[in-house]
Design a binder for this molecule. Sequence first.
Ligand SMILES: [Zn+2]
Length: 119
Amino acid sequence: MPLIACPKCNSEDINGTPQADSRLLIHCEDCGHEWLRGEARRDPSRPAVQTIDSLHAGFPTTLDVRLDVRERVAMLVSEFQTTQHGPVPEVEDYRAKYQELFSREGCRTRTPTTCSSSP
Ligand SMILES: [Zn+2]
C-alpha cells in the first residue's frame, strides 16, 4: 500500500531513506529516479544564518584538534627545538601576538586587515 508513486514511471516500487535533516530520499526501484520528500528540519543549535554571536559561541579551541594531531604537533615542536634550531627568543613575542589575535577575545576587536597592516 505505497502512498506515493514515482513521478517518472508511475511505479509504486519505491524505497525511502531518512536523511539527517528529517526529509526522505525516495528511490524508485524500477527506473532509479530519486527525489527528496518532506520539509527540511532546521537544527535549532545551528542557526541558518551565522552571526558574530553564533560564530563566537562556537569558537574552536585546542581541544577541537584531534588528539593524534596534537601529539604529532607537540612532537614536531620538541623535535624542532632540540635539533638544529634551539629556542628562538623572538618566538615568544610572535606567539603572544598571534595567540591574542586568534583568541575568542582578540577576534572581536580585530578587523580583517589587522594581520597584514600591523608591523
Ligand atoms: Zn520510477
